[in-house]
Design a protein around this ligand. Structure first.
Ligand code: GRF
Length: 216
């Protein structure tokens, strides 16, 4: 079994999509062993607990600095002996020491087509820039913020009528498809990083995306 730890800060809809994929049998060989939040009021904690997944809260505000929090977070994660750590709306910049510790087994989802629009407020910035397509990216985490080898992306059109809310919703629907897909590929051992680029091994294998349930 591949052991997965999911980190959240809020709503947890990407976490939910991964749980649903598991429940639908789309993540064979994977076990979600813990959900960890840096905020006690993270909504996703209730859903994780309801799904029978152990939860932990580690509030960053209680730590003197970023390094101290990240060290404690790393210890908390390591206690679950994860094969994969999934950042699912985890709104913290991570130290290099933390990233190095989990390098190669640390995935993030970002709501833009990286390398465009790293950082915050991606939907507003996409509208301001006038791009015609926008989207989301699942990538391996490296010490540079919202950088790192890209596993999968999904693009959506930007409509003339869009505001940041409508655009975010269109992107989020795609996030809920591509993140479980990326997790599945990782669990299957099909992701290899060569010279900063991700190779999908056995690309002719059945299209696992068809298995991933689409949340409402
Ligand atoms: C998502 O848009 C994700 O891409 C970004 O933060 C949001 C988290 O949403 N990093 P949720 O908590 O998964 O619902």
């Amino acid at each position: 079994m591949k052991r997965i730890v999911i980190l959240i800060s809020g709503r947890g809809s990407n976490m939910e999509a991964i749980i649903q994929a598991r429940d639908a049998g789309c993540l064979p060989g994977a076990e979600i062993v813990a959900v960890i939040a840096n905020r006690a009021d993270a909504k996703g904690l209730e859903r994780a607990a309801a799904a029978g997944i152990p939860t932990r809260v580690l509030e960053h505000k209680r730590f003197a600095d970023r390094a101290a929090f990240d060290a404690a977070l790393a210890e908390c994660i390591e206690a679950f002996q994860p094969d994969l750590v999934v950042l699912a709306g985890f709104m913290r910049i991570l130290t290099e020491a933390f990233v190095r510790r989990f390098e190669g087994r640390l995935l993030n989802i970002h709501p833009s087509l990286l390398p465009a629009f790293p950082g915050l407020h991606t939907h507003e910035r996409a509208l301001e820039a006038g791009v015609r397509i926008h989207g989301c990216t699942v990538h391996f985490v490296t010490p540079a913020l919202d950088h790192g080898p890209i596993v999968i992306q999904a693009a959506v059109p930007v409509l003339d009528t869009d505001d940041a809310t409508s655009l975010a919703a269109r992107v989020l629907a795609q996030e809920h498809i591509v993140y479980p897909q990326a997790v599945r590929w990782f669990v299957e051992g099909r992701l290899r990083v060569v010279a900063g680029r991700v190779q999908l091994l056995d690309a002719g294998a059945p299209a696992a995306a068809l298995c991933v349930p689409q949340p409402d």
